[in-house]
Design a protein around this ligand. Structure first.
Ligand SMILES: [Zn+2]
Length: 343
């Protein structure tokens, strides 16, 4: 089992220290990408381990731990949207993707009834992990609520949730909340660098772009989004070297879904610099941002930021990539043209 990142150890050991009094329904909350599901799995592993070690953590070597790591522990159930199962286990089967659901459906919760009611196979705890819990549709959440209201002995429900406002208050109130904060950059920078094999400057850049969430930063680096990110950064930061059609050619090589968040974050940082604050997403670009902010027109920037936000909501729809790229770039350039200086 991969070792748990160090910022997740304190919440895990504190939950396990009170294992005798552990609430039967735990709701792990916090922003996307901070490692909530890792924590949930490490907790489940510890609860299902036959011979927990120091601090009651899973030993990693017993039969229970082996079954858990092979996803075949008979006293563990994982409930997630079927679309996540397809993408994780069966990515080469596009035919199934169309039938997969983004919701956790009532049948999935109902199917737990037998598991919850009968005694555990191995004589220890039973664990149900629901992730992401906000994917439960209304009927599924209601069905789960009934189960949570009548807890079975030694049976634990672990719900993982990034958007707690989407979870019915009735379900929330049945759970003990375990909030996970965004760890400090000091805690995560070397971890992100180790996981991805980059230097700490690059790790810091990715962390900043991902709002400090380390798991997102690693996924960002792994998925070659980082190369896209650097190319985009080059386009937006020194865009006036090339003509608009040439830039649009470069931009349209990337999916609108990839470049819109980068251009939007860049624009937010321009606004911050214009107001005399430090950039949030591109801390390594303070000088270039500062120079561009000086040349920009404040009203134009505000308008462009709002336009980018709307575009961000539209990019999941089919769009003409070329037209969108040209439109975004010409609007972006206009922000500086109105600033009163020639480009
Ligand atoms: Zn074990």
């Amino acid at each position: 089992m991969t070792p748990l990142p160090k910022w997740l150890l304190p919440p895990l050991t504190s939950l396990l220290a009170g294992r005798e009094r552990l609430h039967h329904a735990l709701l792990i909350t916090g922003p996307e990408g901070v490692g909530k599901e890792w924590l949930a799995r490490a907790l489940a592993a510890a609860l299902l381990c036959d011979a927990p070690g120091a601090a009651r953590l899973a030993c990693g070597g017993c039969a229970g731990c082996r079954w858990f790591s092979q996803n075949s522990h008979p006293d563990f159930r994982l409930i997630r949207p079927s679309a996540d199962e397809v993408s994780a286990d069966d990515a080469d089967a596009p035919a199934k993707v169309t039938k997969a659901s983004r919701d956790i459906r009532i049948e999935q919760i109902r199917a737990l009834a037998g598991f919850v009611e009968i005694a555990s196979h191995r004589g220890g705890a039973k664990v149900v992990l629901v992730t992401p819990a906000e994917a439960m549709n209304g009927a599924a959440a209601n069905a789960l609520l009934k189960t949570l209201e009548e807890p079975s002995p030694n049976t634990y429900f672990i719900l993982v949730c990034s958007r707690i406002y989407r979870l019915p208050p009735t379900v929330r109130s049945r759970c003990r909340q375990v909030p996970i904060r965004v760890p400090s950059t000091n805690e995560t920078i070397s971890w992100v660098a180790d996981q991805t094999g980059v230097d700490s400057d690059r790790a810091l850049e990715w962390l900043a772009f991902c709002g400090g969430a380390p798991r997102r930063a690693v996924e960002f680096g792994m998925a070659e989004q980082a190369a896209t990110h650097r190319d985009l950064l080059d386009i937006v930061a020194s865009g006036d070297r090339d003509t608009l059609p040439a830039l649009a050619d470069r931009l349209q090589q990337h999916e609108p879904g990839n470049w819109t968040p980068v251009l939007h974050a860049w624009c937010v940082d321009l606004l911050r610099c214009k107001a005399g604050a430090l950039p949030r997403y591109f801390p390594g670009e303070t000088n270039r941002l500062g120079a561009l902010a000086q040349r920009s027109d404040l009203q134009g920037l505000i308008g462009f930021e709002s336009w980018m936000r709307q575009l961000g909501r539209l990019v999941t729809h089919p769009l003409n990539a070329r037209l969108v790229a040209e439109d975004a770039l010409s609007r972006y350039r206009a922000v500086f043209a109105r600033g009163g200086h020639k480009q």
